[in-house]
Write a protein that binds this ligand. Structure first.
Ligand code: SF4
Length: 385
């Protein structure tokens, strides 16, 4: 595989915070948006100039770009074009590169979608979450199921032939019937990609506070597993390929950018709190806007912290990320790439997990067993030891 690069651009703006939000996002003023986008372009220029100090490889071409958030669809068409032009000024974006823009239903119209397409976006990832107005309301989403359906139709009319839909299960008050209905509606729209994330509650989010006080009730473990199991059988039965624990696609429509993360291939992240990884080195930007802007105003990259990973840490990551993929990971290749790793210990871990049926081997490939999917995080923890 040729050496290439992925670029993530973080757009941390939202109209309002959702009750389950754990992303770095806030409600901005128009002046903040302008200042942020200028800083983002400055960061890209500085990072491209700094590349030769990072590695001896020449700056590779970019084969995937992902604008995530936040809500990138809150940018105007001109702002989106300006950001992508800024990227192309400093990085060589390969012909045919996948360029994904996340969008929320209710924030997109035909003019915006046409502008996004004209700016070079060729993949749209829609944060639908549920086709159920009661659940959308309780999540604090600002759109309806109808607006989600309309957004998909409009995207098609505006030329997007690669559309992904994000959904969430395990919501407070969500029954198995609700989830089945949401999945059926999603499939009815024939998207190329469907992501199904299980809700995770953290203390900092509004629902985290309510859950700690016992004021919302979450689906129990059995219902959760039923939802997970139904998702797999239903979507694969509808012709979607289950290629990562939470991700399904039409053949050949995997998210190329997200595959990069799971295959542990290099990426640069620009914007507030964005993470980057090149080889064994990884770093993260400031998460506070004043610190991010101040660094760039003085001509410095806005890096808050970083580290050079040890071989053991890199290998643990290779296992944890690679096992998320249903194709698994190639043990022979890992052994060739990391000959100095503590392989006797790694093999013991694999043997232990194999004995209890949580991983399985097929030639040189190691992958999670089906019964390990719902408890994947526990399996991954075994490789951290
Ligand atoms: S739209 Fe997404 S990023 Fe914005 S508040 Fe809701 S969950 Fe968070």
């Amino acid at each position: 595989m040729d050496y290439d690069l992925g670029i993530y651009l973080h757009i941390p703006f939202c109209r309002r915070k959702c009750n389950y939000c754990d992303f770095l996002s806030f409600v901005p003023s128009p002046e903040t948006v302008t200042a942020y986008l200028e800083a983002l372009k400055q960061e890209m220029a500085l990072a491209a100039a700094a590349w030769p100090r990072l590695t001896s490889f020449p700056l590779p071409s970019v084969t995937s770009v992902y604008l995530g958030g936040g809500t990138p669809s809150l940018l105007s068409g001109e702002q989106l074009q300006d950001v992508l032009d800024g990227l192309r000024r400093h990085f060589g974006v390969a012909p045919g590169a996948e360029i994904t823009v996340e969008a929320n239903p209710g924030t997109v119209d035909a003019a915006w979608l046409a502008a996004a397409e004209a700016a070079g976006a060729n993949r749209l990832s829609l944060g639908v979450q549920a086709f159920n107005d009661r659940l959308l309301g309780s999540m604090g989403r600002l759109h309806t199921a109808r607006e989600a359906r309309d957004a998909v139709s409009l995207a098609r009319e505006c030329g997007f032939s690669n559309v992904g839909i994000d959904l969430i299960y395990g919501l407070p008050g969500q029954s198995l019937a609700d989830w089945r209905e949401t999945l059926a509606e999603a499939v009815g729209l024939v998207p190329e990609h469907i992501s199904c994330y299980g809700l995770e509650i953290h203390p900092g989010m509004p629902w985290g506070v309510l859950a700690a006080r016992g004021e919302i009730s979450l689906p129990d473990e059995d219902l959760w597993e039923e939802m997970f199991g139904f998702t797999d059988s239903f979507l694969t039965g509808c012709g979607y390929r289950h290629y990562e624990i939470a991700n399904y696609c039409r053949p050949g429509r995997e998210s190329r950018h997200n595959l990069r993360y799971w295959q542990r291939r290099d990426y640069l992240g620009f914007g507030l709190g964005a993470a980057s990884m090149v080889g064994c080195r990884r770093w993260r930007n400031h998460e506070k806007l004043p610190a991010y802007l101040a660094a760039l105003e003085t001509g410095k990259l806005p890096v808050a912290d970083g580290e050079e990973m040890t071989v053991a840490e890199v290998l643990a990551e290779v296992f944890i990320l690679g096992l998320r993929l249903l194709n698994g990971l190639d043990l022979e290749r890992a052994a060739r790439e990391f000959p100095e790793a503590d392989w006797p210990r790694v093999r013991q871990t694999i043997a232990r997990l194999e004995a209890v049926g949580l991983v399985e081997r097929c030639g040189p490939v190691l992958r999670l067993s089906r019964r390990a999917w719902p408890v994947a995080n526990e399996v991954f923890a075994e490789f951290l030891g």
